[in-house]
Write a protein that binds this ligand. Sequence first.
Ligand code: ADE
Length: 347
Amino acid sequence: MAEKSWVRMVTAQTPTNIAVIKYWGKRDETLILPVNDSISVTLDPAHLCTTTTVAVSPSFDQDRMWLNGKEISLSGGRYQNCLREIRAQACDVEDEEKGIKIAKKDWENLHVHVASYNNFPTAAGLASSAAGFACLVFALAKLMNAKEDNSELSAIARQGSGSACRSLFGGFVKWIMGKAEDGSDSLAVQLVDEKHWDELVIIIAVVSSRQKETSSTTGMRDSVETSLLLQHRAKVAYTFDAGPNAVLIAHNRKAATQLLQKLLFYFPPSSDADLNSYVIGDKSILKDAGIEDMKDVEALSPPPEIKNAQRSKGDVSYFICTKPGRGPVLLSDESQALLHPETGLPK
Ligand code: ADE
């Protein structure tokens, strides 16, 4: 009689992160080894995160993945490297309740299904692959009962996307560049957790796709020549991801409130946008800033020392207000799984 088929599933949620000391340049393109250490802040997964369900079943005949509801190919080197490395760490699994037993040696012949969902636009340039690969590796490690800790898993996630290694921890995270040729010591460690600096507010300006491309050199020159705000920039720290979105870090809520007022003055939403979808994430900062509707945005005024201030309507698609957040977690509630518990196919 044919063995009764089963599906074993694990769902995880993983944050994204933004580097404040940048990773910029690789010394090994395949292993994704950087030329310098980097330090990031993990962003609150309530506002920006990836949820991934991984499943294994003897009835699956190939590895498959769905990203934001669409099937994608897993044949790329980065996915293959992560799958190979995590399979090599797989251990015996026994789930008495479901009557599932998987021996360590079985894993090389078993296939997995992966469904992943980013709660923010993948195309927005917000390091979705960082949260994505961290979540993939973390979820597979739990599915396969791998014994590695999060730092060891980070060295596997790194091979999917460099900055993914830093998404295995909450708070402030350092990616140690390492020295070993095989990359085994190029991994992430947590410096302090998300409670360490809990007053910090991070505002991300997701720029409109209409935005023109400007080289850094030209941009810097123009800023020096024309920006009346340049001298004030030490009000607030800022950074950019590999994309064009500005990430502004205010040291406390008061500074964040003043910053948001200025941002909404200079970059008001286009006439047809509504405030609720223009400022997303932690909307309480909007409230602290005394801005409840579009009339309040219209009534904002420039800093008194600035003459002839120009407002640039529609250049920013939306703002995300967020804060430092926690690292990966497992979601045990089956209703949060993205794959069907019986078929292992997307729900
Ligand atoms: N690239 C972008 N988003 C991703 C995700 N959620 N999982 C894997 N790769 C990704």
